[in-house]
Design a protein around this ligand. Structure first.
Ligand code: PAF
Length: 282
């Protein structure tokens, strides 16, 4: 695996014969790689000639500076994991290199940056769009892989790619879970063993309610019941829960036949903010 640290070096590599007529799969990450990221890498290796992973802890998308400072950095382990998966290139640029003379990327979020995650993390999605657009410009991939755990991020990246006319296929990949059901996340590294058991309750409760759901249920009432059950657990505190349309993300106020639905939520587990979602269909 080639490790490239500057935009300039990447660009000369990108322009070399190595990339000629080759399909490129790209996985942007902030490092602290886990099985969820690895599932994206495996998929890209299967579907492309060249797989590129970036590791860049993007300051601009952290609305909470302590979250940024505490974000886990595990570069040596990340390199080992990527080498084992036959990743071709690891791109680890510096802050100065990425943001030098780059104001950011303007797009019409159509309100998606202000709801759910956006309501509680002001500026977060603008930060995500800034870095993903910049990386897309540098890498110029054919396909880019994103996990469905960050469901709202995925919807916004799809919108950004469409609006800017980029010819990149955005490939959504299913959530990877621990045996307990807890969605894999780099933030799980900050949970003690006891808190991991607590955090696993989130998915267990989601599963319990979603499998008993009927078309005549009121989304609002189910949201209240799920929140009550989560909040009853020590150290868990719900921030939001929403039933929404998986394409437009608009909230669902009434269930109807043939409806595709995503149930999305954010929960604090002591000082760690976790998100998860589950797909439903009537
Ligand atoms: O999902 C993430 O890890 C980040 O938001 C991303 C897409 C790498 C942008 O920094």
């Amino acid at each position: 695996m080639e490790i490239i640290n500057t935009v300039k070096d990447f660009e000369s590599y990108r322009n070399s014969f190595i990339f000629n007529n080759k399909s490129i799969g790209f996985i942007p990450t902030m490092g602290a790689l886990h099985k969820g990221h690895i599932s994206l890498v495996k998929r890209s290796v299967d579907e492309n000639d060249i797989t590129i992973v970036s590791v860049f802890v993007n300051k601009r998308q952290f609305n909470d500076q302590s979250d940024y400072i505490n974000y886990p950095v595990t570069t040596e382990r990340d390199i080992e994991l990527l080498e084992a998966e036959n990743c071709d290139i690891l791109f680890i640029p510096s802050d100065e290199d990425i943001y030098n003379n780059y104001e950011g990327h303007k797009m019409d979020f159509m309100g998606l940056d202000k709801i759910y995650e956006g309501e509680f993390r002001p500026g977060h999605f603008q930060g995500v769009v800034d870095i993903v657009y910049r990386l897309f410009e540098i890498i110029r991939p054919d396909r880019a892989y994103f996990g469905e755990k960050d469901f709202q991020q995925l919807a916004i990246i799809k919108l950004m790619t469409k609006q800017s006319g980029l010819n990149i296929d955005i490939v959504p990949c299913p959530i990877v879970r621990e045996n307990s059901g807890l969605a894999m996340s780099s933030r799980n590294e900050r949970l003690s063993d006891d808190l991991r058991i607590k955090a696993a309750k989130i998915y267990q409760i989601l599963k319990k309610y979603s499998s008993a759901l009927t078309i005549n249920d009121s989304p609002g009432d189910i949201i209240k019941s799920i929140a009550n059950e989560i909040n009853k657990e020590d150290y868990l505190e719900t921030e939001y829960i929403i039933f929404c349309d998986p394409e437009t993300l608009r909230p669902i106020e009434k269930f109807e036949k043939n409806m595709n639905i995503r149930l999305c939520l954010a929960v604090w587990c002591k000082k760690v903010r976790l998100i998860d979602n589950i797909s439903l269909h009537f």
